[in-house]
Design a binder for this molecule. Structure first.
Ligand code: NOJ
Length: 971
């Protein structure tokens, strides 16, 4: 491999520990990426053509529907005007489970002669194999008596009662998705469909249409990549898709950008999906980052649609919002087949479910991994690790996982320990285990050359290869390294062996069931590589060029680790693996958590982390977080505090920092800062039951764990742009983290007219908010405050006792908080299992439904299994009923017995003290109000709430939008 000059400089700076901000010139933009440049140019020429002549048409005679109405096949003819002949591109249209319409366009290249005879000449068509949860996709029967109507198009109905329709027009080729009679999504609306068929360089000019340019078709002009021979010539695939009547589109992570995606027209940087290691990314940018999910969600009242572009090559996506009502998008990939799934439903959750039905839902994480993770580069030795471990206890701060970065390994040779610093790793793991703590160590895909494992990878032929089929060698943390080709099935056995439990004193040891993995640098990051990654001409198993598989490589690596851990843990009680990956692709959610990489200790990065995590959530990858405190630089005490107060809401909650930063564990800032951090981390632990329940729901249906505000009122268009607040799943907890320096107040957006009870920091107060229409309310905040509201209609279960780790909370009692809605109803859910095994898959769990109205609170569950039945000793120790002071008598009824409960009124709320109701039994708490009568409407609201009219108390609660503040209360 040729080493580029800029690559050498980069390695040099990294080795010297310089903090870099990314250098734009190292990375391609649209104009310097051949395929993007050509497709944008093509689109521009098509748009400007006074008389556009379509090049692609379906031959009606070629169209076949199988007799069972399952698969529609045919040929698209691409007309080459200069040669007066056509290239045939076979297509397939199928309806998959859950309203997913899949359209694939192939090309037969079996006779193509590439410049490098080693290269597999087929178009890469295995991205779906990696990305989908199973090889067997359920193909549904399409509806309609006559699918092929006439010579111009075919169409079929699908969805409940044939509510939706797909129509494939033959010339020009267009795929249109309807809801009823209304067009929702059109593929190739603007005729940007472009499929660069195989041709040789000599005959190329005759193959071009008048709309095309031949920029970088057979050679690369991007500085560092000039040696790339582009053996198959131009092979890009692209099409436009118009979302009719949709102004809000989300997804396509990973970018440090807004939640609602931006218009990219006129910029040289459309959203780019190309997994790379940006040395230090900047917010508000469409630069590619470490992972890619080519999935986009568009929502409007009544209809949501999804687009999943199944391609793992370098991809750019242009977004054009300049049309009155519509959003147009243009998807361009360097190679592969054109494979796209369009889905439709009433609500965004339907699309999350449809997408997840293909790629899988998030794994239900082991409970410990939802606790707090303490990381830095590096905890230096065993003494350091165990000292940090006991300092948490000294400061009474819970945590679950301590992490070791690359320096634990001898000369950064993974699967070894630095012998003088970690003489007894098993002893260290055992000591952590005593208090339920775990260790995560980093294992990257690069393995040092000259080290026995690096040599074995080479000898076994399971390394990624260069274009001449030699094991590829490049630079990464250990110096010269080879890369495990995790796409090679032969790699798994080797990888399993490195992760296996063994009787010998191996890396994993005999007792290390509390040891889990961090797969970093898996884009793959290669310090001396072009754009900091692998040359595109490198080869993977099957002789596929790296060019074709780049974005899915990281997924194949963490999946190999997952399979290895499954084998290692299967004989233990703790069977669910935990893996953190930096690189990811659609489907990664099944086996790994991710984090957003190397951020900086600055306010703008804290702010950016929220839309980033929301984006990942709606894209099926909810187990996401950002480095708390910022990876580069030293945060001020205020920033660190606000970061923890935000970080407890990241589904993956980990503090991390690079090597030249100062120590900043929660006790370091001291005094009141440490007390705030303690309370903050404890709040995360108190709400673990709600986190776990939300993850369970996400693992079953694909709903995001952090629910965007707009999901709660699709009719309120304003809420579609809210990106700095969210709900914790369906718990009703609405959070607006403070991300501004020196903030003394914050504005929270209420997306509907529901009552929202003040729940600052998880504590009940006497306040509530209710607007006559969606809008903002202003709330004063001190440094200690985490702005939280509890939506009327919710019941939240929490565990409020301090324990050292999540495992030690297993038998703790629950506190229920009941927040009645404006009609006097509430409900909630609590899911519990053993937190570590797969027994829940065979029904070993407790699933409780709580309901409440003005006269009762009830707990019902039909979980009848050994696990659920074993929880009788776990009680509900407290019930807080918000906004009710009218209760005069409370009785409990359970197992045929009825008894009186003690309660008290605290401000606007009623507290049932010590009801000791078993969490696994059905019970009802009967509430009688004063004088045995239904409370008058006014009394049902929290104290101070007015029954009508508008009361404004500036500085305490202020309606800051045009929306009328209907009711509010202040005590
Ligand atoms: C890059 C990762 O993003 C960072 O979190 C880690 O500390 C370093 N690699 C060293 O392993």
């Amino acid at each position: 491999m040729k080493t580029s000059f800029s690559g050498i400089i980069l390695v040099f700076l990294i080795q010297l520990g310089f903090v870099l901000s990314y250098k734009e010139y190292l990375f391609k933009t649209c104009s310097s990426a051949g395929f993007c440049h050509r497709n944008r140019e093509f689109a521009r020429n098509v748009k400007e053509a006074s008389h556009f002549v379509p090049q692609y048409a379906i031959d009606p005679k070629s169209v076949e529907v199988d007799p069972e109405l399952y698969v529609i096949k045919g040929q698209i003819s691409k007309h080459l005007a200069q040669l007066d002949k056509s290239v045939q591109l076979p297509f397939q249209l199928t309806l998959l489970d859950k309203n997913n319409v899949r359209f694939q366009i192939f090309e037969d290249r079996s006779t193509a002669e590439p410049k490098n005879a080693l290269v597999n000449t087929a178009r890469y068509n295995e991205t779906a194999k990696w990305s989908f949860k199973s090889d067997e996709v359920t193909i549904e029967k399409v509806q309609d008596e006559k699918v092929i109507d006439d010579e111009n198009h075919l169409s079929f109905r699908f969805g409940k009662d044939g509510k939706y329709r797909a129509e494939l027009n033959y010339s020009p080729v267009k795929l249109v998705i309807y809801a009823g009679d209304e067009v929702q999504l059109v593929m190739n609306d603007h005729n940007f469909l472009n499929y660069e068929h195989f041709r040789t360089e000599n005959e190329n000019s005759k193959h071009l249409s008048p709309y095309e340019t031949d920029f970088d078709m057979f050679s690369e002009s991007f500085k560092d990549a000039r040696h790339d021979k582009i053996p198959m010539g131009p092979e890009s695939v692209s099409s436009d898709f118009t979302f009719k009547g949709f102004k809000h589109v989300y997804g396509i992570p990973e970018h440090a950008d807004s939640f609602n995606l931006k218009d990219t027209t006129g910029s040289d940087l459309p959203y780019r999906l190309f997994n790379i290691d940006l040395a230090e990314y900047v917010p508000n940018s469409r630069m590619p980052m470490y992972g890619s999910i080519p999935f986009l969600l568009a929502s409007k009242p009544g209809v949501s649609v999804g687009l999943f572009w199944i391609n793992s090559a370098d991809t750019f996506i242009d977004i054009d919002k300049k049309h009155e009502e519509d959003t147009s998008t243009h998807w361009m990939s360097e190679n592969g087949v054109l494979d796209v799934v369009l889905s439709i439903g009433d609500r965004p959750e339907d699309i999350n479910e449809s997408y997840g039905s293909l790629t899988g839902y998030v794994q239900l994480p082991p409970l410990f991994s939802l606790g707090y993770h303490q990381c830095r580069w590096n905890y230096n030795d065993e003494k350091d690790v165990l000292n940090i471990n006991s300092l948490f206890d000294e400061h009474q701060i819970p945590y679950d996982v301590i992490w070791l970065d690359v320096e634990y390994a001898d000369s950064r040779k993974y699967f070894t320990w630095q012998p003088d610093k970690f003489p007894d790793p098993e002893g260290m793991l055992k000591e952590l285990d005593v208090t339920g703590r775990n260790l995560v160590v980093i294992i990257d895909p690069h393995i040092k050359t000259g080290f026995v494992l690096g040599d074995t990878i080479r000898e076994k032929g399971i390394a990624m290869k260069d274009s001449e089929n030699n094991s590829f060698v490049g630079q990464c943390w250990p110096g010269e390294s080879v890369w495990l080709d995790s796409m090679n099935p032969g790699s798994q056995e080797f990888w399993d062996k490195q992760h296996a439990l063994s009787d010998e004193n191996t890396f994993m040891g005999r007792f290390s069931t509390n040891l889990y993995m961090w797969n970093d640098m898996s884009e793959p990051s290669i310090f001396d590589g072009i754009e900091t990654t692998s040359p595109r001409s490198n080869l993977h198993y099957g002789n596929w060029e790296h060019r074709s598989v780049h974005n899915v490589f990281g997924l194949t690596f963490h999946e190999a680790t997952y399979k290895a851990l499954i084998k290692r843990l299967q004989s233990t009680e703790r069977q669910r693996p935990f893996i953190l990956t930096r690189s990811f692709y659609a489907g990664s959610q099944r086996t790994a958590a991710m984090w957003t990489g190397d951020n900086t200790a600055k306010w703008e990065y804290l702010k950016a982390s929220i839309p980033m995590v929301l984006t990942l959530g709606v894209s099926g990858m909810p187990f996401a977080g950002a480095d708390v405190g910022g990876f580069f630089g030293d945060p001020s005490k205020e920033l660190l505090t606000r970061w923890y107060q935000t970080g407890i809401w990241y589904p993956f909650f980990r503090a991390h920092a690079t090597m030249d930063t100062k120590r900043r564990e929660p006790w370091v800032p001291g005094g009141s800062y440490t007390s705030i951090l303690r309370d903050t981390i404890r709040l995360r632990y108190a709400l673990l039951p709600m986190w776990y329940t939300s993850f369970f729901e996400s693992s079953q249906t694909g709903v995001p764990v952090l629910k965007p505000t707009f999901y709660d009122n699709l009719n309120d268009i304003e809420s579609y742009d809210i990106e700095d607040q969210f709900y914790l799943g369906n718990s009703g907890i609405l959070v607006k983290p403070v991300t501004d320096e020196g903030a003394s107040s914050t504005e929270i957006y209420l997306p509907d007219e529901q009552i929202y009870y003040d729940f600052t920091g998880g504590r009940i107060t006497n306040r509530s908010y209710q607007l006559g229409e969606p809008g903002f309310v202003t709330k004063d905040v001190s440094l200690a405050d985490i702005p939280m509201l509890l939506k009327g209609g919710s019941i939240v279960a929490a565990k409020n006792r301090y324990r050292r780790s999540s495992r030690l909370m297993a038998n703790d009692p629950y506190t229920l908080t009941v927040a009645l809605d404006k009609d006097g109803h509430a409900s909630g859910r609590l899911y519990v299992d053993d937190g570590s095994s797969f027994n829940y898959e065979s029904g070993e769990y407790l699933d409780v439904n709580f309901t409440a109205d003005k006269t009762s609170i009830a707990s019902t569950s039909d979980s009848n299994n050994a696990f659920a039945n074993s929880l009788g000793h776990i009680k509900v120790e407290k019930i807080q009923i918000l906004g009710r002071r009218d209760v005069s008598d409370i009785k409990a009824e359970c197992d045929g017995e009825t008894w009186n409960l003690n309660f008290k009124t605290e401000g606007a709320n009623t507290i049932i003290t010590n009801p000791m109701l078993p969490v696994n039994k059905n019970w009802t708490v009967h509430l009688q109000s004063d004088g045995n009568k239904e409370p008058a409407e006014e009394e049902q609201r929290p104290e101070g709430v007015l029954s009508s009219g508008l009361l404004v108390s500036v500085g305490v609660i202020l309606a800051s939008s045009a929306a009328a503040l209907k009711y509010f209360s202040v005590l």
